[in-house]
Design a protein around this ligand. Structure first.
Ligand SMILES: C[S@@+](CC[C@H](N)C(=O)[O-])C[C@H]1O[C@@H](n2cnc3c(N)ncnc32)[C@H](O)[C@@H]1O
Length: 243
C-alpha cells in the first residue's frame, strides 16, 4: 500500500482531519493532472471500440465530473488521434466541487462538500492552453439537480452519446446524470464509471446502486462488462433493445 493510501486510511477515522488533509493535498498538488491516471487510457480504448462498432456520425462525448478538465482534454486528444470526426464534447460540473454527501453517500466520509473544486475559468484555461478546439466544447455549469433539466436539452444541440464518462463520485450525482442522459443513450454507447468501486464492491452504494436502479427502470437495457480500470473504475457497453 502506498504511503499516501496509508495516510488517507488513517485520517479517514477523523473526518475533519481527512477533509483538511485532502484540501492541503490538492492545494499543494495544483498541477493539471487527473486523479485517476488510468482513466485516459480507458477513454482511448472506448473510442477505439466506437470506431470499430459504429459508422460516422459516431455521436458526442459526455463527461460528468471534470475537476481540472484533464480527462476531458484527453478525450478530445484521443478522438483526434483516432480521426473520429464530428464529435462534440459536453462537460457537466458545478465547478464548485462536490455537493454535500447525503444518505448513502455519507458512507465513510471520503467524499465531502466542495471537494475537487476548480473554477470554470480555470478549466477553460486548462483546455484552451493545451490545444483543445473550444468550438467543440460545451461546458454546463451547475449542480446536477438544478442544471440537468429538460429545458437544457433544447438549449444546445446534444447528439447521441458515443462515450460517457461518469466521474462524479456519488450515488446521487450518478443517478441524476443517468436520468438526464437517457435520451442520448444508444445501442453500444460506452459507459465508463470511474467510481464503480469507490465505495467497495456493493450494489447498495455509489455508482453501482445508481446503475442498478437505472437498469431496473429500463427493462430493454442491458450492459456488457468490458474491463476494469484504475482501482475503482469499470467500463460497460450498453445494449438497447427497441428504443
Ligand atoms: C473526481 S472529480 C472529476 C475528475 C476528472 N474527471 C479528472 O480525472 O480529470 C469529480 C467532479 O464531479 C463534480 N460533481 C460531482 N457531483 C456533482 C453534482 N451533483 N453536480 C455538479 N458537479 C458534480 C465535482 O465538482 C468534481 O469536479
Amino acid at each position: 500500500m502506498s504511503i499516501k493510501k496509508k495516510i488517507e486510511n488513517l485520517l479517514m477515522g477523523y473526518p475533519p482531519l481527512f477533509r483538511l488533509g485532502s484540501k492541503i493535498y490538492h492545494w499543494m498538488n495544483s498541477s493539471f493532472l487527473t486523479l485517476s491516471p488510468e482513466t485516459p487510457e480507458a477513454i482511448l480504448k472506448a473510442f477505439k471500440l466506437v470506431k470499430k462498432d459504429k459508422q460516422p456520425p459516431y455521436g458526442d462525448y459526455y463527461e460528468f465530473g471534470l475537476f481540472r478538465g484533464f480527462t476531458f482534454l484527453k478525450a478530445y486528444e484521443h478522438s483526434k488521434a483516432l480521426e473520429l470526426a464530428g464529435i462534440n464534447f459536453h462537460g457537466f460540473d458545478s465547478f464548485e466541487g462536490l455537493p454535500p454527501a447525503e444518505g448513502v453517500d455519507v458512507a465513510d466520509g471520503r467524499f465531502f462538500e466542495g471537494q475537487f473544486a476548480c473554477s470554470r475559468e480555470d478549466v477553460e484555461k486548462n483546455l484552451s492552453s493545451n490545444g483543445m478546439d473550444m468550438a467543440r466544447v460545451n461546458l454546463i455549469k451547475g449542480f446536477y439537480e438544478d442544471s440537468l433539466t429538460e429545458e437544457l436539452k433544447s438549449k444546445y444541440s446534444f447528439k447521441p452519446a458515443s462515450v460517457v464518462l461518469m466521474d462524479c463520485d456519488l450515488y446521487s450525482s450518478t443517478a441524476e446524470a443517468l436520468a438526464w442522459i437517457d435520451d442520448y443513450l444508444q445501442d453500444k454507447t460506452i459507459l465508463l464509471f470511474d467510481d464503480w468501486y469507490s465505495f467497495g464492491d456493493s450494489k447498495e452504494l455509489g455508482q453501482q446502486k445508481a446503475m442498478q436502479e437505472f437498469l431496473a427502470m429500463h427493462p430493454n437495457y442491458s450492459v456488457e462488462h468490458l474491463w476494469k480500470f484504475c482501482k475503482h473504475g469499470s467500463a460497460y457497453r450498453l445494449r438497447i433493445n427497441d428504443k
